[in-house]
Design a protein. Structure first.
Length: 208
């Protein structure tokens, strides 16, 4: 029988092409239907420009620059490398929140990480997803919360269309939060209230 005729089964190549496309379409639908259910970070944790004293940067993109495709849903969806300096001496832990304020109906959470040891000064490219991970050999394991894709760890940019901003916020805290892995952005930010010593910000962009 000629496999190219109507009604034949799709080839392996066709399946490999269709699966990523279906995944991207599912994420786009989730973005359109789910955004806006969470308040912005500023609505939970009051903004204090005077505390933005940590220098947060990435070797993958400049502040205000384009996030590489490899760190998005159109690529390998791996987290970009991050590095920072200026953490105050009284810090007991660090927390990282990454969000898209330009999502169709409000803020979309892409990454929540907390209880990171204050002496850690960088995160490598491709932090493993999951509830906990060791940022460096011998370091205390940090914990990861749930993003708005419903998964633990990093979920990269995947806008339904246009250019979106992705704000990375690193917080130095005078306390260890002690929340369970899988905590939401809202739970982490509310637990941080009254404990923020300093903050660093880095904004990237991605267009589809």
């Amino acid at each position: 029988m000629n496999r190219s005729t109507t009604g034949s089964r799709p080839t392996d190549a066709a399946r490999r092409t269709a699966i990523p496309a279906l995944r991207r379409a599912s994420i786009a639908l989730a973005l359109l239907l789910g955004c806006g259910r969470s308040p912005s970070s500023e609505a939970i944790l009051p903004d204090d420009p005077g505390k933005v004293t940590i220098r947060l940067r990435s070797a993958a993109f400049a502040d205000g620059g384009d996030i590489p495709k490899a760190s998005t849903c159109d690529g390998k969806d791996t987290s970009p490398p991050l590095a920072w300096s200026g953490v105050p001496g009284g810090a007991r832990s660090l927390a990282l929140v990454v969000e898209d304020p330009d999502a169709p109906r409000g803020t979309w959470t892409h990454w929540v990480l907390f209880d990171l040891a204050p002496d850690v000064g960088e995160l490598p490219r491709g932090v493993p997803t999951g509830g906990t991970f060791e940022p460096k050999a011998g370091a205390k394991a940090a914990r990861q919360g749930k993003n708005d894709f419903g998964k633990l760890g990093y979920g990269g940019p995947c806008p339904p269309g246009g250019t979106h901003r992705y704000v990375f916020r690193l917080y130095a805290l005078d306390a260890v939060l002690g929340l369970d892995p899988g905590a939401s952005r809202e739970q982490v930010l509310r637990a941080m209230t009254g404990h923020v010593l300093a903050e660093g910000r880095l904004t990237g962009r991605y267009r589809r």
